[in-house]
Design a protein around this ligand. Structure first.
Ligand SMILES: [Ca+2]
Ligand SMILES: [Ca+2]
Length: 185
């Protein structure tokens, strides 16, 4: 009797696994940045592999937004950036001495206790993957020469060779930034 019961259990297991013929492989396949169709991952441009985990190196990295996440509220000698009020933030991205992007506006009388954000339009295009870029922050003093507040260096394509959508640029200096990125292949 016991053996019969085992046999019944065994065959019912086989039958239930045969029923998996119309099971959808997409239900258990994690395609990450892609999507699943007919049991296989379809990867967006720039990505490849069974689960779209690997990526190609981009032709260019595009910056669509920069957030200033840290800046000094005083000069190094502890005097105020402006005699009557706070500094007026202005940004430039350089590759060596070439200006790749300059912010078209300044953020007036910025409070250093909060994050300030610059939309980059048209997008800044960084196309030298092996070179370092610099983001520099200035206090816009109108007709006078802008005061340099600090800068940070970064490689546009992540050291881990991944296509991150945001990147923190922080060299432990006076300033730090968060970049919002897109990629061109
Ligand atoms: Ca000033
Ligand atoms: Ca000011």
């Amino acid at each position: 009797m016991f053996r019969l019961l085992i046999n019944v259990l065994f065959f019912s297991l086989i039958i239930s696994s045969c029923n998996k013929d119309n099971y959808d492989a997409c239900e258990v396949l994690d395609c990450g940045v892609g999507y699943c169709a007919d049991g296989r991952c379809q990867c967006p441009k720039g990505f490849y592999g069974e689960r779209c985990i690997q990526n190609h190196a981009p032709k260019a990295v595009l910056v669509e937004k920069v957030e200033v996440i840290r800046f000094p509220n005083k000069r190094v000698d502890y005097t105020a950036w402006d005699s009557l009020d706070n500094p007026d933030l202005h940004l430039t991205i350089y590759q060596s001495f070439n200006k790749i992007w300059i912010s078209s506006t300044s953020i007036q009388n910025a409070d250093s206790s909060i994050t300030h954000s610059f939309n980059v339009s048209p997008l800044a295009r960084l196309d030298e993957m092996d070179l370092r870029y610099t983001i520099s922050l200035y206090d816009d003093d109108g007709s006078k020469v802008d005061e340099f507040m600090g800068g940070a260096l970064f490689y546009p394509y992540d050291e881990e060779k991944r296509l991150v959508s945001t990147k923190i640029v922080d060299n432990d200096g006076f300033v730090a930034f968060k970049l919002y990125l897109k990629y061109e292949f």
